[in-house]
Ligand binder design. Structure first.
Ligand SMILES: *Cc1c(COP(=O)(O)O)cnc(C)c1O
Length: 390
């Protein structure tokens, strides 16, 4: 029997381990040179001016929404087909997530539906690049410009993706882009995240928010008098300790150097899957539009209508066969917490339908050839079983 094949997994090699150990032997475990080095490398890779590291993607989203000025009653338009944190971070600041339905093929926010959802309270639009496939950024940027809104990309799936010859994270069509370095993402720091931006003003707000709302910049003080010496600092905002450590950033630097190789390896598996699953009667496999290069965070298949009713059985059988499938995502507005806040269950029917059909198959750079072959052979077998039995 095969060993369990997870849907996603980190890729750690001896260079990564060496980088972490070297930092453990150095003078700085946190707030040292590796943080700056990682941020600079990330900004360079993406082609943005600034990168600010955070302790998680969730903390980075919180920081980005804070920097954008999200506060009491401000509306944040996003997709319900996302990880909870995209919406929760608006609630952290007293904002209100507004869910806009998705495109059934990519699973991304449907840009056509954004403008009708804009109100006088809308402040931010947050497209999520579902499964690593960039959303329609040019169109979203146009809507934002026309309505005076801020675009923040939840790019947690999409480090290494391309959109119309731009790199996700260069913020060509947004003010900020947010990444996560959780082990299942493109690269990992254990936990970790970052916000990229080209704006000095946003950069400064992100840095302050990450360290308790405290500023040490002489020019920024509002209360300093002549008796205040070099120790002086001011807390001007309510911030958090959301720092990423040097230990983690050392891992991040080492991982970032392998990012392009990781994406290439993911793509090879996707190509193999596409060959094996073409013309199958069971499910649609993921699309990649002509003007993008996905980061292939997930391999999200969508069951054809005839199999929607037996998804639970198929999912359980795949798991029993050691194929670590997952489902992305239960739409956020259907969660009990959001139901209590009064979100209607009937919102976003396409996201609900996507959820009811979606299964994520294993996809990560170091998947062995045996595991890939096993998945390609077993998945149709399992569908066949339940197709006939129905
Ligand atoms: C992973 C993820 C996050 C949160 O990142 P963490 O690092 O786990 O806090 C946010 N949004 C999306 C779309 C994600 O996939």
């Amino acid at each position: 029997m095969n060993k369990f094949i997870p849907y996603g997994h980190q890729c750690i090699d001896e260079d990564d381990i060496r980088a972490v150990v070297e930092t453990l032997r150095s003078d700085f475990l946190t707030q040292g040179p590796k943080v700056i080095e990682f941020e600079e490398a990330l900004a360079r890779y993406c082609g943005a001016k600034y990168a600010v590291s955070f302790s998680s993607g969730t903390a980075a989203l919180h920081g980005a929404y804070f920097a954008a000025g999200v506060g009491g009653g401000d509306e944040v338009i996003t997709s319900p087909l996302t990880f909870l944190a995209t919406a929760n971070a608006a609630l952290f600041l007293g904002g209100r997530p507004v869910f806009v339905d998705i495109e059934p093929d990519t699973g991304n926010i449907d840009a056509k539906l954004i403008e009708p959802a804009v109100t006088s309270k809308t402040k931010v639009i947050v497209p999520v690049h579902f499964a690593g496939h960039p959303a329609e950024m040019e169109r979203i940027a146009g809507i934002a410009k026309k309505n005076n809104l801020i675009v923040i990309e939840d790019a947690c799936h999409a480090l290494g993706a391309k959109y119309k010859n731009t790199t996700i994270g260069d913020c060509k069509y947004s003010v900020m882009a947010v990444f996560s370095f959780h082990p299942v993402k493109s690269i990992t720091t254990g936990e970790g995240g970052a916000v990229l931006t080209n704006s000095k003003e946003y950069y400064e707000r992100l840095v302050v928010f990450r360290q308790h709302g405290v500023t040490k910049a002489d020019g920024a003080f509002v209360n300093k008098d002549e008796n205040a010496g070099q120790w002086y600092h001011e807390m001007q905002h309510l911030g958090y300790n959301y720092r990423l450590t040097d230990i983690q950033c050392a891992l991040g630097i080492s991982q970032l150097a392998k990012l392009d190789k990781f994406i290439q390896q993911r793509r090879q598996i996707v190509d193999a899957y596409a060959g094996a699953f073409k013309d199958n009667p069971f499910f649609d496999f993921p699309v990649e539009k002509d003007d993008v290069e996905s980061a292939w965070h997930l391999y999200a298949i969508r069951l054809k209508a005839a199999y929607k009713g037996v998804k639970k059985k198929i999912f359980e059988e795949l798991r029993r066969q050691q194929i670590g499938v997952q489902v992305h995502y239960i739409p956020v507005h259907l969660q009990p917490y959001y139901q209590q806040l009064g979100y209607s269950r009937g919102l976003c029917p396409k996201a609900k339908d996507f959820y009811e059909r979606e299964i994520s198959l294993p996809l990560y750079p170091t998947m062995s050839k045996e595991d890939i072959d096993y998945v390609m052979q077993k998945v149709p077998d399992v569908f066949d079983l339940y197709g006939k039995r129905r």
